[in-house]
Ligand binder design. Structure first.
Ligand SMILES: *Cc1c(COP(=O)(O)O)cnc(C)c1O
Length: 426
């Protein structure tokens, strides 16, 4: 195809179908531009983005401050590798550790890499600090988890689609039910070889499962009592998405990770990704204090692109935007309106049974079997009506718009969603 011809949606879909591996099943919408809460397809149709690239675009599409920082750095220095120092990494490391309140950061690129990094740090800590015998360390994880796609991570997934025929699997993980403090207590005290507990503060991919209010605090206390590292995967929930800077901040709405409010839980290892770059560039990070992070010595872990100058510049700009534009407060305020309006509608609806979530990470449960096409068909109709969302698991639809949305836009979106759902009532 000539580059001068204008690509239609059908052309673009045909190209991906013909030349790309079929590892995704996208909605048939071909986007070519984004700004703030909006994206446009190649035919020029405008949509509200209600997925935000799985919460990577919390700051809105093509935020000028983030794009500006990226362009400036890309024109100056892009990559040195960690074989040499660069003049951006240290500045960024100071910035992000102060921002989230940890001694040190280990910079990576994708969420899965950051999870892998956290698991490696946890194991090394277990052998060198806790005194577990080599190769005996166990890490507790939760059923329904989503932590990424590497061989080790899918080893402890219970999504058969993500796992089947990718074995043999990595050993050393114990799976327990999510939001079940008794199960955690049983597992954590079952052996002297427990090194860590890896958990999502809200399970995003599984369908936005919000645990009991005191679950994380109790889990952290159990970890502390048993010398086990509490590892929070905030790749999706972090960076203001749930109405506080981190989901482990509990109900605090300040711009910082401040530890002042009750309910706050300090993870021993914090994993971030997605929105720390505002969706402009792959940036992930693992944060921990010295007693844990210092188990990693030169040559023992790394990444060619991890901590590159563009990533550093982009992440600082993206985190600046979160503070300057009070995105946590906005997410909290709009999230309350969203759930209240949807709950009102659900009272009279036979197509939706439930709305749940925190801040602007929400989901509705469709009144149909898990293997039905209803959620997909609703998302197709939502797209037709100018709003993009995607089913997570079967009959659950996740709603996660950029956090730069204003109330008028949100109310417009709520009308689109409710009017679309009404068309599916029987
Ligand atoms: C998206 C996600 C990951 C993986 O991030 P990638 O950048 O896709 O590798 C890990 N954990 C959680 C909770 C996520 O939502």
């Amino acid at each position: 195809m000539s580059v001068l011809e204008k690509l239609t949606s059908a052309d673009a879909i045909a190209l991906e179908d013909r030349y790309g591996a079929h590892n995704y099943h996208p909605l048939p919408v071909v986007l070519s531009r984004g700004e703030g809460v909006y994206v446009w397809d190649v035919e020029g149709k405008q949509y509200y983005d209600f997925l935000s690239a799985y919460s990577a675009v919390n700051q809105g599409h093509c935020h000028p401050k983030i794009v500006g920082a990226m362009i400036a750095q890309a024109q100056t220095l892009t990559l040195t590798s960690r074989a040499f120092y660069n003049d951006k990494l240290g500045v960024y490391e100071e910035y992000i550790t102060r921002y989230f309140g940890f001694d040190k950061v280990l910079p990576m690129n994708t969420g899965a890499e950051a999870v892998e990094t956290a698991l490696k740090i946890c194991r090394k800590w277990a052998y060198e600090k806790k005194g577990i015998a080599e190769n005996e360390a166990q890490i507790i994880v939760c059923e329904g988890n989503f932590h990424g796609r590497t061989t080790t991570i899918i080893s402890f997934s219970n999504d058969e689609n993500a796992r089947k025929n990718f074995g043999p699997y990595t050993a050393g993980f114990i799976k327990i039910p999510y939001d079940d403090i008794e199960a955690l207590e049983k597992a954590i005290t079952s052996s002297k070889n427990i090194a860590g507990f890896l958990v999502e503060p809200i399970q995003g991919e599984a369908g936005v499962y919000v645990p009991a209010e005191d679950y994380l605090a109790k889990a952290k206390a159990l970890c502390e009592a048993n010398d086990v590292l509490f590892i929070a995967d905030e790749v999706q929930t972090g960076v203001a998405r749930t109405g506080s800077l981190l989901a482990v901040c509990g109900n605090c709405t300040c711009d910082n990770r401040c530890e002042k409010q009750s309910g706050y839980v300090t993870p021993d290892i914090l994993i971030l990704g997605k929105a720390i770059s505002g969706g402009a560039y792959p940036v992930s990070a693992v944060l921990a204090n010295d007693a844990i992070m210092n188990v990693i010595k030169p040559g023992q872990h790394g990444s060619t692109f991890g901590g590159n100058p563009v990533a550093a510049a982009v992440a600082m700009a993206a985190l600046d935007v979160v503070t300057e534009e009070h995105l946590a407060q906005n997410a909290r305020k709009l999230g309350r309106i969203f759930r209240a309006e949807l709950a009102k509608y659900i009272e009279t609806s036979n197509i939706v049974t439930l709305v749940r979530g925190k801040g602007l990470l929400n989901a509705i449960v469709i009144n149909d079997t898990e293997d039905s096409e209803t959620a997909w068909n609703i998302c197709m109709k939502l797209a037709e009506n100018g709003l993009l969302a995607k089913p997570t698991h079967g009959n659950i639809i996740r709603f996660a718009p950029p956090l730069v949305m204003n109330e008028e836009q949100l109310r417009d979106c709520i009308s689109i969603i409710i009017n679309t759902l009404k068309a599916f009532e029987s």
